[in-house]
Design a protein around this ligand. Sequence first.
Ligand SMILES: CCCCCCC/C=C/C(=O)SCCNC(=O)CCNC(=O)[C@H](O)C(C)(C)COP(=O)(O)OP(=O)(O)OC[C@H]1O[C@@H](n2cnc3c(N)ncnc32)[C@H](O)[C@@H]1OP(=O)(O)O
Length: 311
Amino acid sequence: MAAVAPTLARRIARPGMLPLCSRPQAWGRAARQSPGLPRAPSLLLTQRRAFSNNKILVELDEGSGIATMKLKSPPVNSLSLDFLTEFCISLEKLENNRGCRGVIFTSAIPKIFSSGLDITEMCRKSTEHYAEFWRAVQEMWLRVYGSNMVTVAAINGSSPAGGCLLALSCDYRIMAENPKFSIGLNEAQLGIVAPFWFKDTFVNVVGHRVAERSLQLGCLHSAPEALRIGLVDELVPEEKLQDKAAAVIAQWLALPDHARQLTKSMMRKLVLDRLVAHREEDIQNFISFITKESIQKSLHMYMEMLKKKKG
Ligand SMILES: CCCCCCC/C=C/C(=O)SCCNC(=O)CCNC(=O)[C@H](O)C(C)(C)COP(=O)(O)OP(=O)(O)OC[C@H]1O[C@@H](n2cnc3c(N)ncnc32)[C@H](O)[C@@H]1OP(=O)(O)O
């Protein structure tokens, strides 16, 4: 794994390279496996394969074909460049493994699913760094939103901004029914703006009106509110979250893969293609925006506010 990481990091970072996600993902790929094949119960219980790098723990149940990607980057699972690189490598491994047909994303950090993009990656860095970071953010979204596998977010903690985007990019969202956990695209509260593909993903889940209001106000919705507006599909007690996620994936996998994958592609292709076609322009937009002095000040103040809240 360690030997592969720098290569992939370079591939994500180099503007001249074919982006990884220009390869067909949810479309144009052979179906993984016929559905409904009976599986021996003993396999379901025994055959588990785990691999881990620094920030993500991956466990594949070979009996069911369901993997779990556990985010474990303390203190708050912020999406740093290193994290995003590891995330994409892990997901690519699963995508290339024909025995894996579904993935659950969840957190190994109590009370936090992901705190979103690592704000320190967006403060006082070089243009080259911003380009590399933003390409990695795009890559994560392209890979999850365009995945051929069934993807479920088991949201076991708060999930602002980029963390919410990860959940929104899945096929299904189940959240722990703890009213203290919140989720939403709160970028406006930081004085920044969610890019068009964050917005498109959000609109596709909750509809235009709800998305517009929530985005303008930078809302973080409590778990019950998130259910009410359709941002998550269901709430379950935290201890039942993983079992429920696996049950949902099994249900989705009971359908023929090719039909499900082509339908997913039909629903998502337009939005995915829009970013793929404008990837470099989107990176340049990010750089021009984030290097503005007023934006840097806003981010600085926000980080200070987080620190004060703590003290
Ligand atoms: C044209 C393009 C425009 C640009 C578009 C950019 C799109 C941006 C998307 C984003 O995702 S921006 C990030 C938004 N995230 C947040 O607003 C979350 C902020 N964090 C919190 O609300 C809380 O930390 C928490 C996640 C609810 C956890 O609370 P808790 O009380 O458990 O921990 P804290 O003491 O607050 O934090 C611990 C530690 O972690 C640091 N930290 C928290 N979040 C981030 C983060 N996103 N990035 C970097 N660091 C973060 C926090 O400052 C603390 O640090 P220390 O004080 O311990 O050093």
